[in-house]
Ligand binder design. Structure first.
Ligand code: NCD
Length: 368
């Protein structure tokens, strides 16, 4: 039994398989209309969402399945003090697969470790959002017939943008890709992430504030909004909002083949006048996202029928505790749920939280 916490939980071959299946379903939706008639999906959304939750639900109905849904943390027993792991243990006795969005980073891992059925991470704080990446890659594949050999320009909130983190991790696995990151200084890509995912593997990237220059060489322009809800201080948000706005004028300097993606919701970073440009693919992407979620649900439910439950991160058995150290990321699940044992992963010289991957200044590790 598999869960999808991170896009890297799927191999490149499995990603190809999902894209092929999605394309088949696009060509012939009736062929899968009863495929999961006896299966049920739970959508547990502890953080607001419209499109992602509706997209999962609509995907499950299109497979003939049914859905139970929780759309806000206020209605759940976590508001009575129940732990996330307990909530998941209960819900996994009702359904065949769970899609969960939660405000805490690392929450998807906690859920997947507690669950008796596959868990799909539909966004854990600013950490990861693998199913948005599935929508992104199918959109790139349909437009450019390949996922490698692309110059990918990523713009906006690169610090908190979970869709960005998942997308970069995914596309870094394909030959010939290079990345350009355009953001306000305060919202740059996390340095450790760049080092691990790109620099250490010799994948070319640059960081710049020259938005117009970056657009000129782009094959894929990935726009994101500044994530207002992740700021501790709202004045900083107001200062940074509106830093980079895509306009028809800027689109004039882009290549004819370049495509514009955006996970949505848009705030003001793409002028509505760009929508009519055939290179603007962000609304088509929402359709592709539904089709990829159908392919993923099918893949996970079949996998769970065929293979027994196992820990989604067996390597955590080897993770270490650190005496008197806890993760200092205020958005980490270990900060919200104090009874969770903090776990750390040591890699070369650096130590990271096993849940949210934030770097930790640490002394000598002690085995769990
Ligand atoms: C994104 C998310 O929730 O991270 N939206 C989505 O899933 N469609 C992007 C965002 O909220 O900015």
């Amino acid at each position: 039994m598999r869960s999808i916490i991170d896009i890297a939980d799927l191999s490149v071959a499995e990603l190809d398989e999902l894209m092929d299946h999605a394309q088949q379903m696009i060509a012939d939706p009736a062929s899968v209309a009863d495929l999961h008639a006896h299966h049920q999906l739970a959508t547990l959304f502890f953080e607001p969402s419209t499109r992602t939750r509706l997209s999962f639900e609509s995907a499950m109905y299109a497979l003939g399945g049914s859905v139970v849904s929780m759309s806000s943390a206020a209605n759940s027993s976590t508001s009575k003090g129940e732990t996330l792991a307990d909530t998941i243990r209960v819900v996994s006795n009702y359904v065949d697969v769970i899609a969960m969005r939660h405000f805490a980073e690392g929450s998807a891992l906690v859920a997947a470790r507690a669950s008796g059925v596959p868990v799909i991470n539909a966004g854990d704080g600013g950490h990861f959002h693998p199913t948005q990446t599935l929508a992104d890659v199918l959109t790139i594949q349909r437009a450019h017939a390949q996922l490698g050999g692309q110059r990918i320009v990523v713009v906006g909130d690169l610090l908190y943008g979970r869709t960005v983190h998942s997308l970069v991790r995914c596309l870094a696995r394909y030959e010939g890709n290079s990345f350009v990151f355009v953001s306000p200084q305060e919202l740059r890509m996390p340095a450790g992430f760049l080092q691990r995912e790109l620099a250490s593997r010799g994948i070319p990237y640059e960081e710049t504030s020259d938005f117009a220059g970056a657009i000129r060489g782009a094959d894929v322009l990935y726009m994101t909004r500044i994530q207002r809800e992740r700021f501790a201080d709202i004045d900083t948000y107001h200062r940074l909002a509106g830093s980079f706005i895509l306009t028809p004028k800027l689109m004039e300097s882009a290549s004819e083949e370049m495509i514009v993606l955006h996970p949505l919701p848009r705030v003001d970073e793409i002028s509505p006048a760009v929508d009519a440009d055939p290179r603007a693919k962000y609304f088509e992407e929402t359709f592709n996202g539904k089709m990829m979620r159908m392919a993923l649900i099918d893949f996970l439910v079949k996998d769970a029928q065929a293979s027994p439950r196992k820990d989604p991160r067996p390597e955590l058995e080897e993770a270490c505790t650190l005496s008197d150290v806890s993760c200092t990321n205020r958005l980490c699940i270990t900060q919200q749920e104090r009874e969770l044992q903090p776990l750390f992963i040591q890699h070369d010289e650096s130590v990271r939280c096993a849940y949210c991957e934030a770097p930790v200044q640490a002394a000598v590790p002690v085995r769990a």
